[in-house]
Ligand binder design. Structure first.
Ligand SMILES: NC(=O)c1ccc[n+]([C@@H]2O[C@H](COP(=O)([O-])OP(=O)(O)OC[C@H]3O[C@@H](n4cnc5c(N)ncnc54)[C@H](OP(=O)(O)O)[C@@H]3O)[C@@H](O)[C@H]2O)c1
Length: 266
């Protein structure tokens, strides 16, 4: 059953397609958008997780939630998602959210894994925006949220490819917005800080411990997503959820900006 007004105050809700919907922030977007009455297309690799989520949301909110299994590091699968987007004639919301981290250093990581990260974080985001925007522009409505990271803003050199791909996602979102001004489309580059999810439990994050960082630096996915959706209508592209994240990220950015201005880049 629909329990909340939708975040855009739209009539006749269409479909929200969410990548990385099988856990964490993506699954939370699925919950909150289903609660608002959107039908969903849930994209990720783990079919069992998507099936369970789809069943839960359909029963709880009486929406349609289609499962679409795809590995976004694989270009054939990305093409299949593009074809899916092109066949939807009422795509209201696109959430490009799939992602992963890696604790190893640049040269310890196989080149193939770097390319996987580029494809999951950036190539798929570009492909899905390219597919979704013409329909949204025609319908004069649409929301795109590209999940990036505070790493894209403060540009810590700790994780080279993660920071690079997330920076690309944020810059892409900023520049795309300029190209579609006045067409009724909202674009947000969501830049979360540390968030409780499965992100830090995956194999490639082995060795990372949450208690390296104080509890107050962590947010839950529910707050990240509700703050993100609430912020869409203010029209700012870059959105950092949480006051602490905002302050911390800004101060680090100031430091790296000094390096840029003095041409002492990282
Ligand atoms: N958690 C944090 O602290 C944090 C901070 C800043 C930014 N973020 C960003 O937030 C986004 C969501 O992460 P999360 O925290 O919710 O982590 P999560 O719980 O690990 O969720 C990641 C999602 O991405 C999907 N995914 C990963 N690789 C994929 C691939 N090759 N193909 C398709 N889907 C793939 C996963 O699904 P399958 O495994 O089923 O494919 C999962 O649904 C990511 O882009 C991440 O970079 C997270």
């Amino acid at each position: 059953m629909k329990v909340k007004e939708n975040f855009m105050e739209w009539e006749n809700l269409g479909i929200a397609l969410i990548t990385g919907a099988s856990s964490g922030i993506g699954a939370e977007f699925a919950h909150q958008l289903a609660a608002q009455g959107f039908d969903l297309v849930l994209v990720a690799r783990r079919k069992n997780k998507l099936d369970t989520l789809s069943k839960e949301l359909q029963e709880k909110f009486l929406v349609n939630a289609e499962v679409f299994v795809a590995n976004l590091s694989n270009m054939d699968d990305n093409e299949k998602v593009v074809a899916k987007i092109l066949e939807i004639d009422n795509l209201d919301v696109l959430i490009n959210n799939a992602g992963f981290g890696i604790t190893n250093t640049f040269l310890q990581i196989d080149l193939k894994r770097h390319i996987d990260m580029i494809n999951v974080h950036f190539t798929s985001t570009v492909m899905f925006c390219h597919a979704a925007l013409p329909g949204m522009i025609k319908r004069k409505r649409g929301v795109i949220i590209n999940t990036s990271s505070t790493a894209a803003i403060h540009r810590s050199p700790m994780s080279v490819m993660y920071t690079t791909t997330k920076s690309a996602v944020t810059v892409f979102s900023e520049l795309i917005k300029e190209r579609i001004k006045g067409k009724g489309i909202y674009i947000q580059s969501l830049c979360p800080g540390f968030t409780y999810s499965e992100f830090h439990d995956t194999e490639s994050m082995q060795g990372f411990q949450r208690n390296w960082f104080p509890k107050e630096n962590w947010m839950n996915a529910e707050d990240v997503v509700s703050l993100s959706l609430d912020a869409v209508k203010n029209g700012e592209v870059i959105f950092i959820p949480g006051e602490l994240n905002m302050q911390y990220t800004k101060s680090l950015r100031r430091k790296s900006m000094d390096n840029y201005l003095n041409a002492k880049i990282l």
